[in-house]
Design a protein around this ligand. Structure first.
Ligand SMILES: Cc1ncc(COP(=O)(O)O)c(C=O)c1O
Length: 439
């Protein structure tokens, strides 16, 4: 995954002795694969609502969190987990009602043809399971993804995540298509480009004797640069893949649970019918719960041939957390809020573009927004270094965002759904001030 906003040892001289010691200890114990955000890494000790607090008690507005999505330490989730932890926590090989109540509540949020759910602990596992199911069902192995996709960390899924870095070599059964970059392709060309790329990918798989199995797509194309794409653009390409017998796996790990606005699920924007949907991140507001939702015939085909057991997947405490999250989304009307505050942010950030030449494009769906920075609007030359500077200047102001995309020049803004207009205003002002600081 791109770490535009990663701490490097070059930044260490600016840190206190205590911070340096903590980083050294981390590197000694955890090794080099882990990354820290920000030039001055944040030492977090507490979270509450939209705020994170550091060890000195300074608060930071969290506009970069799609896990504790409904608010840090939301009392409803904490209470539900506490209650269930006191009573029982086991696995799915005993009869229990909690998992079934949650499954029903979750499935109610999906189209009727998606009527089975299986639980995992992480989004990576969910994608891994979805891929296994698709391979079983289709008898194929060929997979289509976008060029700078991220889908997770298991062996099979890391190979479908080119954004992890140059160490990822795409296997022979994988083809890539262009992400819906309306800014660079032109909005009117996005759907046709996508469909043409899918057609070419399928033809090429077949030409190499590889039977296509699945098209796996992030609902907001987050690692590709936060690219919601025009509504409906997916329909033609996905229909084409499904007509070839491929399964469409909608990766909703980022775009699910009200993130993209009025719709609970990102794919709803596109008039498509996924065969499998994968879920994760905000599902338990921090409790590790994830899973797949799919068509009964697809999921049952897999289950008839082999059994499935995931020790922690779907445990009672995780299901209690998941249920509380769904309750809160409904009771606090977070889909509406995601739409309203997301719209307010989109308008506010778009207005900033009138004063900051560096802003080439502002885009988003609900509370997931991208601001693309360029050195020249005519050539769209990416301002990668400046994106990193903006993110770090904002961190110094006490507002947390990050940066993403293959060109490393997109501000990635993903506030907690608990944001009010007042928080959104603070965020816009912080972007404004940081952009002024870059010139
Ligand atoms: C689109 C997408 N899919 C899958 C994953 C993997 O989820 P996890 O980190 O829970 O394994 C991520 C994580 O960032 C993601 O962004």
């Amino acid at each position: 995954m791109s770490m535009v906003n990663g701490f490097t040892s070059d930044d260490a001289s600016r840190l206190s002795e205590a911070e340096r010691r903590l980083i050294e200890r981390r590197e000694r114990l955890l090794g080099p694969a882990y990354r820290l955000f920000y030039e001055r890494p944040l030492h977090t000790v507490r979270g509450e609502g939209v705020w994170l607090f550091d060890e000195q008690g300074r608060r930071f507005l969290d506009a970069y969190n799609n896990v504790a999505s409904i608010g840090h330490c939301h009392p409803r989730v904490v209470e539900a987990m506490y209650r269930q932890s006191q009573q029982l926590n086991t696995h799915t090989r005993y009869l229990q009602e909690g998992i079934l109540d949650y499954a029903e509540q979750l499935l109610d949020t999906f189209p009727a043809n998606l009527d089975r759910v299986m639980f995992t602990c992480t989004g990576s596992e969910a994608n891994d399971l979805a891929l296994r199911i698709a391979k079983q069902y289709t008898g194929g192995t060929g997979v289509i993804i976008t060029r700078f996709a991220y889908h997770g960390v298991t062996g099979d899924i890391a190979e479908l995540s080119p954004s992890l870095g140059p160490g990822i070599v795409l296997p022979a059964h994988v083809r890539t298509v262009r992400a819906p970059d309306a800014y660079r392709l032109g909005a009117e060309n996005v759907a046709s480009t996508f469909a043409a790329d899918v057609r070419a990918a399928i033809d090429d798989l077949k030409a190499h004797g590889i039977r296509p199995a699945a098209i796996l797509l992030d609902g907001i194309f987050s690692s590709d640069g936060v690219l919601p794409g025009p509504e409906g653009f997916l329909a033609e390409g996905v229909a084409l893949a499904q007509a070839e017998g491929m399964l469409y796996i909608a990766d909703e790990v980022q775009s699910g649970f009200a993130r993209t606005g009025l719709n609970m699920w990102g794919f709803t924007r596109h008039n498509v019918r996924p065969d499998i949907v994968t879920l994760g991140k905000p599902m338990g507001n921090g409790q590790p719960i994830a899973g797949i939702v799919g068509r009964a015939d697809v999921v049952d085909h897999f289950g008839k041939n082999m059994r499935y057991f995931n020790t922690f997947g779907g445990n009672p405490v995780s299901c209690a957390a998941g249920q509380a999250v769904l309750d809160v989304i409904q009771e606090e009307q977070l889909q509406q809020r995601s739409h309203d505050i997301g719209g307010y942010l989109l308008a506010g950030l778009t207005a900033l573009a009138q004063r900051h030449e560096m802003i080439g494009d502002v885009r988003g769906a609900g509370m997931f927004l991208g601001v693309e920075l360029v050195t020249d609007r005519a050539t769209k030359n990416p301002a990668a270094g400046d994106a990193r500077k903006v993110v770090n200047l904002m961190r110094e102001q006490g507002v947390l965002i990050s940066a993403a995309g293959p060109l490393e020049n997109v501000l990635k803004i993903r506030p907690l759904l608990a944001f009010t207009q007042e928080h959104a205003k603070m965020l816009i002002e912080a972007v404004d001030v940081a952009l002024q600081g870059v010139y």
